[in-house]
Design a protein around this ligand. Sequence first.
Ligand code: IMP
Length: 430
Amino acid sequence: MKACGIFDTHWGDSGKGKITDFLLSGPWMGQIAFVARWNGGNNAGHTVVQNGKKIILRMLPSSILNPDVDSLISPMCVVNVQNLLDREIPEADKAGINLERLRIARETFTVMPWHLDLEKAEKEALGSADLGSTMNGIGPAYADITARHGITIEDLLDQNRLYARLKSVLAVKNLVPAVQAKGYTPEKMTETLFRYGQMLRPYVVKLDSFMQKSLQGPLGNELLAFFEQAQGTMLDIQSPNYPWNTSSGTTIHDLNKIFGLRLGNWGMRIGVCKAYTTSVGRRDFPTKTDGDIATYLQNHGGEFGSVTGRPRDCGWLDGVALRRAVKLNWLTHLFVTKLDILDDLPEIRICTTYKCDGNFLKTPPRSGLDRVQPNYQALPGWRSQTRGATSWGQLPAQAREFLRRIQELAGIPIIGVSTGPDTKETIWLG
Ligand code: IMP
């Protein structure tokens, strides 16, 4: 089996949904056996625009729009089953999305109602120091995996096993007043959750047998497994913004562990890098700006959270964080997105190094990102339209220069450029 995948190089929201859709319906059409969403939960929002219709996916893999591949939700994701079954699946159904090829690994963990209660209670207790999470219970759900109080999809499928599991987990969870006040009992919860388990059953697979089966047959060895990351490399639990991160691992190493992959299994690893940098949540990032440029990027780029609607902080492209993403994810190529958003700017900047305690840094420090200052290179803007361009030749010279500079900083070639939200508005250089 060969693996391929896409990785957001910064703090998320780079357009991975569109890129997945583009690769599956274009250059990689017919070559992919399955697409695996392998981290996070419904805190992620992947936007895909197909034929002018905008679809926001939260837990479902972006490939769900493509009837030719299996779309797998894998272990180390955390699934809010109630939200998936009562909201996202019915909404997808209504939008005409065929869910026949949805698969959920039985080893996948869940977000339980008490994770939402805990996160709400934590937020209230923290007051103005709250973590700025999306409030989907993701942090408490991951904390429970580590604490060994996680409940998996497999647990939901067997009533006796579920009851026993809930009995021990709730004995611990009910130690917290905010959970205890809700009156969860193993009896009540078994009934509800077992019912959800039955609704999920048609989609449930065992990870290893699923992988073997997907990659069998005459084409088996040639087919690719496509790994779709949620969030972004700089949001990883171990990244230098701690504690303003998401609560799971978001790098290739986290997925290698789950799927048993080593470097030799990998084909292309594409970094999806927005032409400027954004972040949503309570964190400062080195290139964050205020004033006209931030307002321009926010408005032209539609930089509002697809899940929460919160305005995203905006700034110039952070080439230092980009280098970290290339190194950490063993990236082989870059896909630059939202180039067209910069069309009207007279000057465009890229952060090439950080200054920290009198030193110049080419990669971010392991901690203390709030103490660094960005050093910028200014490049002339192109002040003409790149929106909808589908070839390199259609780009103005200044835009090509900007892209070449990104390539130099990253040390890997650009394989694609996104010039608009529609899948068709793309330049492919592969
Ligand atoms: P949580 O993952 O909901 O706990 O949120 C933790 C931090 O990660 C917050 O700053 C969120 O805004 C951020 N975050 C989580 N998921 C995403 C995403 O898909 N895109 C961008 N930021 C995210």
